[in-house]
Design a protein around this ligand. Structure first.
Ligand code: MN
Length: 316
């Protein structure tokens, strides 16, 4: 168990709230958001203090500041500016990157109790970028579900892509043997490899993964894989604002995720919500009453704390 604490500006805090919106849990008092990711709880307080607690606290905090301070050491006021500059400087990406021919990848559903874990890679060549802009491709978190569905249908026809929609039953089978971080890394590596083959002999100038863990951790996770996509590979948090390929990948991933939730609603007869909040527990409790863990296994990520909450609710 480790801890890290950052002091950030209001703007930065809002960015973090958006970044972690797929992972939100019930917020604690005086916080803008509370999220749980990779066995780490991230709490963004209205005061600008962000607390990272748990197994991957240091890695997670490092996403936001290369030289984060440990618990107890409150950053001097000057550090506030540095955090902002760090995010604004598009750390690490070469000049002109957003105009390059790039494969971008992103995942959806890792913070949602119900539904699949969906990972998508998209190839956006330099020539296609104006078209993507015209279609309205931008950060999927800024788009309504209806817009996402409409834009995705166009994208599916227009851009080379690769998707893995890992359904709950399969997810639950794999999950006990590896962390969700490793699972995500393997899936990114797979869609990237698949898409590279699909567009060959054409090659992207670079590959950009919407960063979800430290690159060193990512490479450790894929180190046992036969094929490891590493050439010209970049990582960037908020990747969708650095290249449209990532934004397009996040839109297609969300499309598949939402479509699957709709199909699950149809198949199960329960209104299946996304996320991991209290409304999710209520639906899960009903489902558990009807069919126990066997039924939940078809529709949910069983290792989430929501399973225990649902069982408690059902047994009341
Ligand atoms: Mn992402």
């Amino acid at each position: 168990m480790s801890n890290a604490v950052l002091k950030v500006t209001t703007d930065q805090l809002k960015k973090m709230a958006v970044f972690y919106q797929d992972y939100v849990v019930k917020p604690v008092p005086h916080s803008l958001f509370t999220a749980k990711k990779n066995q780490t709880t991230i709490t963004g307080y209205n005061s600008g203090k962000v607390l990272f607690q748990g197994q991957n606290a240091e890695n997670e905090a490092a996403l936001w500041q290369p030289s984060y301070e440990r618990t107890g050491a409150v950053n001097p006021p000057a550090a506030k500016k540095e955090v902002k500059k760090e995010i604004a400087s598009k750390a690490g990406l070469p000049a002109g990157f957003s105009e390059w021919s790039v494969i971008g990848s992103d995942e959806v559903g890792n913070g949602s109790y119900f539904g699949p874990l969906t990972v998508c890679a998209v190839y956006a060549s330099a020539e296609q970028l104006p078209l993507l802009k015209k279609l309205g491709v931008q950060d999927s978190k800024a788009l309504t579900d209806a817009r996402i569905m409409a834009i995705a249908k166009q994208l599916l026809q227009q851009v080379p892509h690769s998707v893995i929609n890992l359904m709950p039953e399969k997810y639950n089978e794999i999950q006990p043997t590896m962390s969700q971080g490793k699972m995500k890394a393997l899936l990114h590596n797979q869609v990237l490899n698949h898409l590279l083959k699909k567009i060959a002999p054409e090659k992207p100038k670079a590959i950009l993964i919407d960063q979800f863990e430290l690159p060193s951790t990512y490479f450790k996770h894929i180190s046992d894989q036969k094929v490891q996509v590493k050439e010209n590979l970049h990582f960037q948090t908020k990747g969708e604002s650095h290249h449209l390929a990532v934004a397009a990948a996040s839109i297609i991933a969300r499309y598949y995720f939402l479509k699957t939730l709709a199909e699950m609603t149809e198949a199960s007869g329960y209104p299946i919500p996304s996320g991991a909040g209290a409304n999710v527990d209520l639906v899960a409790a009903e489902m558990y009453r009807e069919g126990g863990l066997e039924l939940l296994d078809k529709y949910t990520k069983l290792h989430f704390a929501n399973t225990q909450k649902a069982i408690r609710l059902a047994n009341r």
